[in-house]
Design a protein around this ligand. Sequence first.
Ligand SMILES: C[S@@+](CC[C@H](N)C(=O)[O-])C[C@H]1O[C@@H](n2cnc3c(N)ncnc32)[C@H](O)[C@@H]1O
Length: 216
Amino acid sequence: MTSIAQRMMGNPVFSLVYEKAWRPLFTRGFSLGGSGTADYDHALRAYLARPGERHVLDVACGPGNYSDDAAGGLTGDGRYIGIDFSAAMLARAGHDHHAERVTFVRGDAHRLPFADGSFDTVLCLAALYLIPDPLPVLDEMARVCAPGGEVIVFTSARTSVAALPGGPLAAGLVGLRLFDLDELVDRLRSLGLEHLEQTVTGVGQYVHARAPKASS
Ligand SMILES: C[S@@+](CC[C@H](N)C(=O)[O-])C[C@H]1O[C@@H](n2cnc3c(N)ncnc32)[C@H](O)[C@@H]1O
């Protein structure tokens, strides 16, 4: 059965208000009204915008709300590709973010239509908790990440606050999954990723990991 959250993602009206209204509110919600998640998000955007010739993949990119940052500093053959399975979100992305070096494609995060090791940066932000079978998405992200490249995830975290009475039930009712604190890092580690960094902000978590460099 399709969850409430998944149905919202396919709705053109929701895609219209997502970037400017919903996402900033939701971001604050992750740090329970505090600024921790918004501050980290700000830092992440600045990090993504650093200059360089990178190939960036944004898995479940929604309306492309990170594309301007992630493509802003790209040089040479650098490219940003956003992939999402919602036609409504992609229509919005194409309308609002049609920069040079930016491409949006429709597809399923479980079967990324790219060769192994194609991207230097592989993002999945604010989406894994909506995906009914999310851990294989991490496998795919690790597969398409180039040696020495990075995987960056922002999603939910089952912290003590999230586990308070009503929290898991409310999340489950709208179709949001709460990840155990070691769930994503364990999976990424088992895929051979290294230098794992996890930052927990309220009921959210950012995870950064690197694929091992190719041996010479
Ligand atoms: C809440 S939005 C996140 C958008 C953006 N990444 C952000 O950080 O705000 C979640 C997105 O995940 C997409 N999505 C959910 N399941 C997916 C799947 N299996 N494959 C591709 N996209 C998916 C939805 O269509 C939606 O656009």
